[in-house]
Design a protein around this ligand. Structure first.
Ligand code: CO
Length: 148
């Protein structure tokens, strides 16, 4: 598949491997984790501060995917502004890909509006990039390349 001048990408490079996670913005991570523990009997597998995104995140394993709970580090962050505007709730869905650079090049060639033109560092040592909800069914999509 030809996706740009001299840029070739194989279909397998942009293939979505699985639903990596569904992210939910929360005001109080400890409280949210306590609710998941009591209601669904699950504990976080990872919990870490991701400075680059201005969040503390916790990952709860559900089958082969995760629920990602996001608490903003302060109000002036993307998730902080989301909470202010919309309140708690679903923030984005994330798909795992083999090659995030190839996937971004493909999306760009497809005319998708990218929040991140180049990948950033996510939790768990991943490389991530966001695709804008406009023109994407009003759903913020995150691509995740897992560390090899
Ligand atoms: Co995410």
């Amino acid at each position: 598949m030809q996706i740009g001048p001299g840029h070739r990408v194989t279909l397998s490079a942009v293939k979505l491997l699985n639903l990596d996670h569904v992210a939910i913005a929360v005001r109080d991570l400890d409280r949210a984790l306590d609710e998941y523990r009591r209601r669904y009997g699950i504990e976080p597998m990872y919990r870490e501060v991701v400075e680059d995104q201005g969040v503390e995140e916790a990952m709860l394993a559900v089958g082969g995917s995760f629920i990602q709970l996001l608490e903003p580090l302060d109000a002036d962050t993307p998730v902080g502004r989301f909470l202010e505007r919309r309140g708690e709730g679903m923030h984005h869905v994330a798909f795992a890909v083999v090659d995030i650079d190839a996937a971004l090049a493909h999306l760009k060639a497809e005319g998708a509006r990218l929040v991140d033109e180049t990948p950033r560092t996510g939790g768990r040592g991943t490389r991530i990039a966001f695709v804008h909800p406009k023109g994407g069914n009003q759903t913020l999509v995150e691509l995740v390349e897992l560390p090899t």
